[in-house]
Design a protein around this ligand. Structure first.
Ligand code: GTP
Ligand code: MG
Length: 206
């Protein structure tokens, strides 16, 4: 049996992390022996940066100014207790359609079937409106009754006043309550406590 623990016991501070594997095909998925959190969002939104912040490492997860950097499901094992999964970004126009369809198929079947998946963190750049693919993903996760946490990231790029306005607009677009979303910055670490509290709601098994 998995011992009781919470996300905030390990994440957001120094923790032991190892890169486990890159998955291009569902047959390559690691054995689902630990609780798992997956991170989804458009290309270049800051998924990998957010994971690096959570595990307190600068470069373990590859970050790039060029969209489409993460092209496989990348599994990181934290404290031999939970998996964090960096998903490939969607909405990157330059990727050929064939590759795009393959990704979508892989991500969909992963999200549908992964039995140890506790939460899908959907990340959006809070400077912009929700895009169709964000809204579609959130609607689909709700339809599938999969646990979801929204993160509005890159908050450091906005003033306090803009933040409130833009967060309220995104809340309306997603139909999200304040409890369902977190305002975050991977640059400053702002919002980390809220993010950990959000994850704990899904991970606390004590
Ligand atoms: N100012 C600021 N920049 C950020 C933040 N998060 C990410 N970035 C920058 O945004 C760019 C993309 O970040 P990534 O973490 O690689 O984004 P990603 O979503 O993993 O991208 P793909 O793997 O291509 O889908 C990089 O230049 C990051 O430095 C943030 O909170 N604040
Ligand atoms: Mg990435």
């Amino acid at each position: 049996m998995t011992p009781p623990f919470s996300a905030s016991a390990f994440l957001g501070k120094s923790c032991r992390v190892e890169f486990v594997t890159s998955v291009f095909n569902t047959s390559q998925l690691p054995v689902p022996d630990y609780p798992e959190i997956a991170f989804a969002g458009r290309s270049n939104v800051g998924k990998s940066s957010l994971i690096n912040k959570l595990i307190n490492r600068r470069g373990l997860v590859k970050v790039s100014a060029q969209p489409g950097k993460t092209q496989s499901l990348n599994f990181f094992l934290v404290e031999e207790s939970m998996y964090l999964v960096d998903l490939p970004g969607y909405g990157f126009a330059k990727v050929p359609r064939k590759v795009k369809n393959d990704w979508q198929g892989l991500i969909t079947s992963y999200l549908e079937k992964r039995e140890n998946l506790r939460c899908i963190v959907v990340i959006v750049d809070m400077r912009h409106n929700a895009k169709d693919q964000d809204l579609e993903l959130v609607a689909w996760l709700r339809m599938m009754e999969l646990p979801l946490l929204l993160v509005y990231t890159k908050a450091d790029k906005l003033s306090g006043n803009q933040r409130g306005k833009l967060a309220a607009a995104l809340d309306r677009e997603f139909g999200a309550t304040r409890a369902e979303r977190v305002i975050f910055s991977a640059k400053t670490g702002e919002g980390m406590e809220d993010l950990l509290a959000g994850l704990d709601r899904y991970l606390d098994i004590s």
